[in-house]
Design a protein around this ligand. Structure first.
Ligand SMILES: Cc1cc2nc3c(=O)[nH]c(=O)nc-3n(C[C@H](O)[C@H](O)[C@H](O)COP(=O)(O)O)c2cc1C
Ligand code: SF4
Length: 492
């Protein structure tokens, strides 16, 4: 599936700037501790959620999942957020799940691995997600033959008011696409050309109308399990293309008190928070990730996000993590048999920009929005830590991000995937040994196809060694090679 490309295609190379000495790093803001609710992070560094597609088909933790997080912990970031983990007990392929007590034991193994590998220095949280149904793009004739619900509107538009359903289907199958576009409703045409996708505004569907009744309990139960599994906290996923983000969005026009005005759009996110807090108590860290800008036409922007952030801070969230874009609304048309992917349109590009970019480049695109959001939290009188990043790979860049007020904690996703040891190398004055992310988005392309996510900078190394764990096709190593010469003990 082709990705959206900015009109200007300038190739940007990583610009890590000067690396600090160990003494400079020790004096830096980045490597200074910070409180997040009742937790202390040893540094202001954060590996945000990244789905690596390693869970079992029933959403269970596997050895590969544990190894993946152990490897990040060896690099000693301040905190790791475990990938988006499903709270609903429904079949959802190899997406990790926390939807039932049977998952607690497996999840606790991730916590133990992170604690052990980091000697307790890295905090570990888990991202909790709810999402709506999305189907693959159907084969066109099959859609018209089997899936489309035939209505009197179709009969009227076709000039066949009395026709049998079978005759209407037959006629539709003969029509060229430009006529179909006129005869089908916009939603029917979307299902035909993109694949069926539910929205939070489909309140005619009982299970959608019922979301405000179901979700607080589901998020609360998942948070209870996270606490029992030993996590240091939970991150409620209110970002990107998923249910809670759609409630917050300016595009949400539900008429049942959960849409339209900003206060009604925030109502369910706040009710979910209240239910979670009630379940886990005041001493467990509860934060959320949401969008500083949806980057879609008619969507929420940084002004909305600033108001949301202030309200969330007042409500007692322990941290606010900011992302950007990543919506279905402007996703590219998928191939037949594939589902739309929310990181293919302009909003997707804003979420994970690649090295081919416009003049602004792929580094720090969320800076201005994150700055405005954090300023709103401070103006409301709260010190709630704000986590943000995007394209961060150099120390100077990360330090400036903090000192300029774009964040209190810097999130580093793809750079941590390229080199999980970024944190301890930089802290030890060995920044020049960092394997720099090139922002090629090879990893993101794997994510799109739900294949095990790896980085092209290391996934072919050492394959001759039979002990190296490999992807299902046997062609790629699953974990970044370790550097045993730099032990955890060297960097207190
Ligand atoms: C493979 C992959 C999987 C991701 N999965 C998630 C996820 O589960 N939840 C989430 O909030 N963001 C997810 N993201 C987005 C990242 O957390 C991050 O916001 C994004 O990559 C931009 O940061 P970066 O420039 O430091 O990579 C994912 C990114 C990648 C590359
Ligand atoms: S594949 Fe590696 S180098 Fe390319 S964007 Fe992903 S992490 Fe960076």
């Amino acid at each position: 599936m082709a990705m959206w490309r900015p009109p200007e295609r300038i190739r940007h190379a990583p610009q890590p700037g000067r690396w600090p000495t160990a003494e400079e790093a020790a004096r830096s803001t980045l490597f200074s501790p910070i409180r997040v609710g009742g937790l202390e992070l040893s540094s202001r560094t954060w590996v945000p959620a990244m789905v690596p597609w390693r869970a079992s088909e029933t959403g269970e933790v596997t050895t590969a999942v544990i190894d993946w997080y152990r490897r990040f912990a060896e690099g000693l970031p301040g905190a790791i957020v475990v990938e988006a983990t499903g709270i609903a007990d429904i079949a959802s392929g190899p997406l990790l799940r926390i939807s039932h007590d049977r998952h607690i034991e497996g999840l606790s193994k991730i916590v133990n691995a992170v604690r052990e590998a980091s000697s307790g220095q890295t905090r570990v949280l888990i991202q909790l997600i709810d999402f709506l149904t999305i189907r693959r793009r159907p084969e066109p004739q099959r859609f018209l033959r089997n899936f489309l619900a035939i209505t009197d509107d179709h009969r009227r538009m076709l000039g066949m008011p009395q026709a049998d359903e079978a005759d209407v289907r037959e006629r539709l199958q003969q029509l060229p696409e430009e006529f179909l576009r006129q005869i089908l409703s916009p939603r029917e045409f979307e299902s035909y050309s993109m694949g069926y996708r539910e929205r939070v505004t489909d309140t005619q569907l009982p299970h959608i109308s019922d979301l405000p009744r179901r979700l607080p309990g589901d998020f609360a139960a998942a948070s209870r399990r996270a606490r029992l599994a030993g996590f240091d906290g939970v991150e409620l996923h209110y970002a990107h293309a998923y249910t809670m983000s759609s409630f917050l969005s300016r595009t949400n026009d539900r008429g049942d008190g959960y849409g339209r005005s900003l206060s009604e759009r925030m109502r369910l996110p706040l009710e979910v928070h209240a239910a979670v807090r009630h379940e886990v108590g005041a001493d467990f860290v509860v934060g959320c990730r949401f969008l500083a800008d949806e980057c879609i036409e008619g969507g929420s922007d940084a002004t909305d996000a600033a108001a949301v952030a202030a309200a969330f801070a007042v409500d007692g969230f322990d941290f606010l993590s900011l992302s950007r874009g990543g919506k279905f609304d402007d996703a590219r048309q998928p191939r037949i048999g594939e589902a739309a992917y929310p990181y293919t349109g302009r909003s997707g590009y804003e979420c994970m920009p690649s090295y081919y970019s416009d003049r602004v480049g792929p580094f720090g695109r969320n800076g201005a929005a994150a700055h405005a959001v954090r300023a709103a939290v401070r103006a409301a009188g709260f010190q709630t830590p704000v986590v943000s990043g995007g394209g961060i790979h150099g120390f100077e860049q990360a330090e400036a991000w903090l000192t300029q007020g774009n964040a209190d904690i810097v999130s580093i996703a793809r750079q941590a995937l390229a080199d999980p040891d970024w944190f301890r190398k930089v802290r030890a004055g060995a920044g020049s040994a960092v394997r720099l992310c090139l922002y090629t988005n090879y990893c993101e392309a794997l994510d799109q196809r739900h294949r095990e996510v790896t980085c092209e900078l290391w996934d072919r190394q050492g394959l001759a060694d039979p002990a190296v764990a490999r992807s299902k096709d046997g062609k790629r190593r699953l974990i970044a090679p370790s550097q045993p010469d730099q032990s955890v003990e060297e960097f207190p």
